[in-house]
Design a protein around this ligand. Sequence first.
Ligand SMILES: [Fe+2]
Length: 367
Amino acid sequence: MDPPAAIESTATTEPFAPAVPSKMMTPVQFDPAKHLSYSPPSSILKMEDLGLSSTALSSVASTEPFPLLSYEAVLQHRRELFTPDVLDNCLHRTRPGSVQLRGMAPRYSPFIHQFWHSPEVLKIISENAGVDLVPAMDYEICHTNVQLSPDGIAGVRATPVEPPAATEDAIAQFEKDKRKPQAVTDQTKPIIEWHKDSHPFVCVVMLSDARHMVGGETELQKADGTTVKVKSPQMGCAVILQGRYITHTAAPATNMPERVTIVTSFRPRDPTLLDETTNANVRNKSHLTELYYQWTTYRLDVLAERARIAAEALRERYEENVKKTDKEGKKGLCRVETVNVAKMEKWANEQITYLNQTLYEMRPLGQ
Ligand SMILES: [Fe+2]
């Protein structure tokens, strides 16, 4: 992260969102030396700290905020998010006072896609999460929450590439008549209710100047009913949370000149690990034709890989059985058990559950 002076610079070459389609923008290649500003979190909250058991995936509950994106990477994220293409195609309104941008990568946001799939970023995320992770789906890369200013959607369209500095004036301007009622597609309450996420892990990154932010913490529920708060990240910084298994909420944030946060969701890379990913809370803010394509292919790929691994294990076991029992070491008519039917039934039932869940997550909306 560059020093705050860089944020306050008035000599900006790109004061406003580029009014050119994404395909006309100069492509930027992800360069870890230039785009990462990582240093590990000062501490990691464990599931046991919340009085909860480790999950099948990890003992990690949440990290403290830690630096992840360089200032240049913050700018490039913003450059690729606030384009006419993304705003025309990826904007959803489900909550009063904010909009979400979803599903921009890779089509409109190639750098963002590259960033979140890069081995360097996945290594950082995985090390801190305590389990090897990959993005849940491309659709869940860089889900962007933009808090609306008094200018509403027009204000979102005028979002500058360089984050406005958190000066007193800029904050006052943004806070002005924020509570004005606004039309939304459903009547979700403006306050984020206690919930668990749809995806095993999330990484939340701040793309705004949050130096004077008040509130904005993530509150986690402990097993005994008490709660613990995790600080909201500063600009370019990240928090990783095992949100699928921890009931949590986010406190409203104030005292900022704007508020743009991005959330990328992750699932385990190892297909044999428990995968309880769902599409809850995302189906009402997605183009379902694309979401269901990505969802179904990922589920089938996981199943195919699980079947391949299971078949390979049986082949190895069979080889051993032949070696042990056939003097000539010949395959065919092996007289000892290779397939344990009870175990096979357990495996099959797990895959049937997985397939049924795959279908359930594409049920008609509203059910
Ligand atoms: Fe959440």
